[in-house]
Ligand binder design. Structure first.
Ligand SMILES: NC(=O)c1ccc[n+]([C@@H]2O[C@H](COP(=O)([O-])OP(=O)(O)OC[C@H]3O[C@@H](n4cnc5c(N)ncnc54)[C@H](O)[C@@H]3O)[C@@H](O)[C@H]2O)c1
Length: 283
């Protein structure tokens, strides 16, 4: 199935990044939110991503303008009559996502693929409120989607092979790296990430190696864009702890969160957004 037009629901942190990625590939993309001010904020973010590329000489202002023009701002479903794929990126609340999926099922053609950018919620439960469960799929982009290559393509219980194939091809057309995964708690990336992160935190607790030394080695020798302590501070230690508790419930003690993480969250040091986490950001 060819994708000629896409849509993104939710113009927040992830939705605006995903819309930028789609426009960059040359496809028109509807960007819908509940209020014009959120759509405008999303558009500004998209313009700022292109602005940085113009500044660094990667594209001309004219090229950037033509990409931005592919983004169709919306606060209603008028533009959804001919979309081939919709990616939902509203807040991580199952009831809200189910409501959005039920609405999309009404307003989109019966052939449209409905995708969710959920980090952890069950795709099958969103599919269950539609009459097209075989065309519902998870498309989990990572922050910031404008530069992160990996995308988890998640099959719900009833997702068809054809939908998975189309989702994978679509992801590749965005110049991303799709990885097919089955629906399970934490999918693939959060399970691997939390297992690795937990081991590094335990090593730090045992050896008292300074955080920045570990981060530096991960960057210099591990080829990673940032070390694990910087990453957790950026994501929020409270969110990281939530994810790890969800994994404990599903898989048991092997995902028990490290002591240092629990203690920092208890002390309110939840990362960059609070001014303090593993590192101190005040001043
Ligand atoms: N932030 C991340 O690092 C990250 C990474 C990967 C996946 N995710 C997932 O992406 C999804 C979105 O997260 P986010 O961080 O972008 O959230 P966000 O709060 O930044 O943005 C959500 C947007 O959805 C809008 N919205 C709410 N209800 C709506 C509705 N009914 N219709 C249209 N728009 C609606 C809000 O106004 C807001 O602009 C979540 O499922 C989250 O788990 C987030």
């Amino acid at each position: 199935m060819y994708i000629f037009k896409a849509a993104v629901i939710g113009a927040g942190t992830m939705g605006s990044e995903i819309a930028q990625v789609i426009s960059w590939s040359g496809l028109p993309v509807v960007l819908k939110d509940v209020d014009q001010k959120y759509v405008d904020r999303g558009l500004e973010h998209i313009k700022s991503i292109y602005g940085r590329r113009v500044k660094s000489g990667k594209m001309s202002q004219g090229e950037a303008d033509s990409k931005v023009a592919l983004v169709i701002p919306a606060t209603d479903y008028k533009e959804f009559k001919d979309v081939d794929i919709v990616i939902e990126a509203v807040p991580e609340k199952l009831e809200l996502k189910k409501k959005v999926f039920a609405e999309l099922d009404q307003v989109c053609p019966s052939t449209t693929i409905l995708a969710s950018n959920t980090s952890a919620l069950p795709i099958s439960e969103m599919a269950a409120v539609t009459k097209r469960a075989s065309r519902v799929v998870g498309l989990h982009f990572f922050f910031p989607a404008s530069s992160m290559k990996l995308v988890e393509v998640i099959a719900g219980k009833e997702t068809s092979e054809e939908t998975m194939d189309t989702a994978v091809e679509f992801t590749e057309s965005l110049r991303k790296l799709p990885v097919r995964v089955k629906e399970c708690v934490g999918f693939l990336v959060n399970r691997v990430l939390m297992a690795g992160t937990s081991e590094i935190l335990s090593f730090q607790e045992e050896t008292q190696t300074p955080y920045n030394e570990i981060d530096e080695v991960m960057k210099a020798k591990g080829g990673l864009p940032m070390g694990v302590f910087t990453l957790m501070d950026a994501l929020g230690l409270d969110i990281t702890l939530d994810v790890s508790e969800t994994l404990v419930k599903a898989y048991g003690d092997r995902f028990t969160p490290p002591k240092s993480l629990v203690e920092l969250v208890k002390a309110g040091r939840v990362g960059a957004k609070a001014g303090k986490g593993f590192y101190d950001y005040t001043g």
